[in-house]
Design a protein around this ligand. Structure first.
Ligand code: NAD
Length: 482
């Protein structure tokens, strides 16, 4: 627990009482400190603070201590985090609470995602030292901590992002202050407090991972502008990415995507259909990498749709139903309606009066390129399919629909030239060939995982090395043994 003297303690208690009274006065919900998170502790207990300033000061103190720890202790702490997440009770609670609080996604897929992070997020092994040796001696370049990192996390993968950021940032020797999305605050606060308990059991410096009980735009702004926060990492939509990049601090921006899928006439259509529906319906389409629209060469389009239906797609064809679906899932500004994001296909169909079998995993529609479902990042298991005359037109339209995010694209084809052409044209951070989108983050595909995929700032799939500074150390005239 953070050391706080009596004066500070009294102020903290006074602040908490004032907050409770304010909430009662406006008839609001119970404060976060007694919400789903179950956080009822004192200010600073298990890394949860009432005030952002105090949270940052505590994380700064922790990092200064942590910087003196040997690497093997970092490994121990990261292993403790992995073990904590893998506990069946914790894994289930994190996943259930995230769905309950945000109203998005489904528990089974969230359990898989959290477990994936525990298993496949790189630790200290990711920090590779470079060496130069010659007549003048030996120089090494080592990956060192920034200090305190401020991390802003989304509603769509709230616990997954806190977990993968914590592992990577601690592996690189930093401490981290989280600013979770206010709509995911309780589950995030719960997770941060569990992380603190796991670290405390190994006598780690207290407050390596902290947050505030009531995250808000104001507290995020305070964090972004604080002089002790040396690096910012934003996982979210375009606005927050733009904001962190304009702070003047080192920033990593992991922003929006609108991943297109191209299916050409050489693809193995049955497998393409299966992969596309699996990727598009995973956690009700919440992952930023999930398939969002399909461009199918006319020649195989009917057969692709036929197979998609075999793998759990429901095609909406009735004009009135299509209109109702549009009204349901788009808001006044024509963007994704928040209350529909991450909802199941069955829920969405039910809302427009279509009773679907429980096996239905995704809604498909046959439409033109200009349809808003093609252009907007919906984050719902709704997949528009656009027919195109040939593969080159499919690639052209796919690149346009991706809107220059350079995030993720998927292609199903057996033609190497077509695959290469799409990879070069799209310039996406992740390009998956002949698999579901989640193969790109290590599920059924090679490589490590992350839920912070930094296209705009270029780190790509972030890992410990993304959260480290390169520092050179030079020994003159020594240790060259060649
Ligand atoms: P969001 O942009 O609404 O929120 C993300 C975070 O930014 C939240 O913590 C939010 O509170 C904060 N935020 C947003 N605007 C802010 C402002 N003006 N000032 C201070 N804080 C602000 O995103 P979301 O709905 O939670 O997540 C979905 C979006 O994030 C999608 O666009 C998705 O593609 C993207 N995303 C990207 C990645 C990636 O790795 N590239 C991962 C997950 C989500």
């Amino acid at each position: 627990m953070a050391e706080i003297n009596k004066g500070e303690n009294a102020v903290a208690i006074e602040n908490m009482v004032r907050k409770v009274l304010e909430q009662i006065a406006v008839g609001g919900n119970a404060p976060a400190t007694s919400g789903l998170s179950g956080f009822t502790g004192a200010n600073g207990e298990n890394g949860i603070f009432t005030d952002m300033e105090e949270a940052i000061a505590a994380a700064h103190k922790a990092q200064q201590e942590y910087a003196l720890y040997p690497m093997r202790r970092r490994d121990d702490f990261i292993e403790a985090i992995r073990d904590m997440v893998r506990r069946p009770d914790i894994l289930r609670k994190l996943s259930e609470d995230a769905v309950a609080e945000t109203g998005m996604g489904n528990v089974d897929d969230k359990m898989q995602k959290n477990k994936l992070v525990a298993d496949k997020t790189p630790g200290t092994e990711d920090l590779i030292t470079d060496a130069f040796s010659g007549d003048d001696g030996l120089s090494i370049v080592e990956l060192s901590p920034y200090g305190v990192i401020g991390a802003i996390t989304p509603t769509t993968n709230p616990t997954e992002t806190v977990l993968c950021n914590s592992i990577g940032m601690l592996a690189a020797g930093n401490s981290v202050v989280f600013s979770p999305h206010p709509r995911a605050k309780n589950v995030s606060v719960f997770l941060v407090s569990e992380l603190n308990k796991a670290l405390a059991a190994l006598d780690a410096p207290p407050n390596l991972i902290v947050t505030v009980a009531e995250p808000s735009i104001k507290s995020t702004e305070a964090m972004m502008n604080h002089k002790l926060v040396r690096m910012l990492v934003a996982t979210g939509g375009p606005e927050i990415v733009r904001t962190v990049m304009s702070t003047g601090k080192k920033a990593i921006g992991a922003g929006a995507g609108n991943p297109p899928v191209v299916v050409d006439e050489t693809a193995i259509i049955e497998k393409a259909a299966m992969d596309i529906i699996a990727g598009c319906s995973f956690d009700n389409n919440l992952p930023c990498i999930a398939e969002k629209e399909v461009f199918a060469v006319e020649h195989i389009a009917d057969y692709l749709i036929f197979n998609m239906k075999k793998f759990g797609a429901y095609q909406v064809t009735d004009e009135n139903d299509l209109e109702r679906l549009k009204k349901l899932v788009l808001n006044d500004k024509g963007h994704a309606e928040t209350s529909c994001i991450g909802k199941s296909a069955q829920y969405l169909l039910g809302k427009i009066g279509v009773k679907a079998d429980p096996s239905v995993k995704a809604v498909i529609i046959d439409c033109g390129f200009d349809h808003p479902f093609v252009q907007e990042e919906l984050m719902m298991p709704i997949l528009p399919i656009v027919r195109v005359s040939d593969v080159d037109s499919a690639i052209d339209l796919a690149v346009k629909a991706e809107h220059g995010f350079r995030h993720t694209a998927i292609m199903h084809s057996q033609n190497v030239s077509n695959l290469t052409n799409m990879a070069k044209r799209s310039q996406t951070t992740i390009f998956v060939k002949n698999g579901p989108s989640f193969a790109g983050i290590g599920v059924g595909g090679e490589g490590y995982t992350t839920f912070t995929i930094a296209g705009p700032t270029g780190e790509g799939l972030t890992s410990a090395r993304s959260f480290a500074r390169r520092r050179r150390c030079v020994l003159v005239d020594g240790f060259n043994i060649r």
